[in-house]
Design a protein. Structure first.
Length: 189
């Protein structure tokens, strides 16, 4: 049985509606849709690329500072501080990548709850230079910033991640000073 031209067109149109591709991630709505998909699939690592650059850098800084701190703690601190601090720093220090750090923080702080409040479709986008707000059908405004590579990154986690990275950097200074003192005591000086 042959299908008529109208039937083929209707099937093709139905397929395109169901399987239409996302807008490119060089548009805020494209980045938002990829984030929404990752959140619903519970895959935070997969939307690391859709964080703004400063948030990504903060994740790498957090990992690097915690790794240096943990290594100094293991080499110099006495028990029980050695075990307590090393254990606290390990989830960050052992992270292979910034996306792993982000996924750990995302899960431990239950950031999915914040995002799941409204992952409805895009109603419209307000653009202002390198910044944009994706406004959902449910009325939520999700803030984005254009990254140097043209991809849009969500900004809602940046302040917390930067604060964590700054704290990890300050903590490293304290750990370094304490490690010097512990080493001096060990050597009898």
């Amino acid at each position: 049985m042959a299908l008529g031209g109208g039937s083929v067109a209707a099937i093709a149109a139905g397929f395109l509606i169901i399987h239409r591709p996302y807008p490119p991630d060089t548009k805020p709505e494209g980045a938002y849709m990829r984030i929404a998909k990752s959140v619903t699939q519970d895959e935070p690592k997969s939307f690391f690329a859709y964080l703004e650059t400063e948030a990504q850098w903060a994740c790498y800084t957090l990992r690097d500072m915690r790794k240096k701190s943990r290594d100094l703690v293991r080499a110099s601190y006495p028990e029980p501080q050695k075990t307590e601090l090393a254990d606290a720093y390990t989830p960050f220090a052992d992270a292979p990548d910034g996306s792993d750090v982000f996924a750990y923080v995302y899960r431990t702080r239950n950031w999915a709850r914040r995002l799941r409040k409204d992952l409805s479709g895009v109603d419209h986008v307000d653009m202002e230079g390198e910044r944009a707000s994706v406004i959902t059908v449910g009325g939520t405004r999700w803030p984005f910033r254009r990254r140097d590579n043209g991809i849009w990154g969500i900004t809602i986690f940046t302040a917390e991640l930067l604060a964590d990275a700054e704290k990890a950097t300050r903590d490293l200074s304290v750990v370094e000073a304490a490690a010097k003192n512990y080493n001096r005591v060990k050597s009898g000086r």
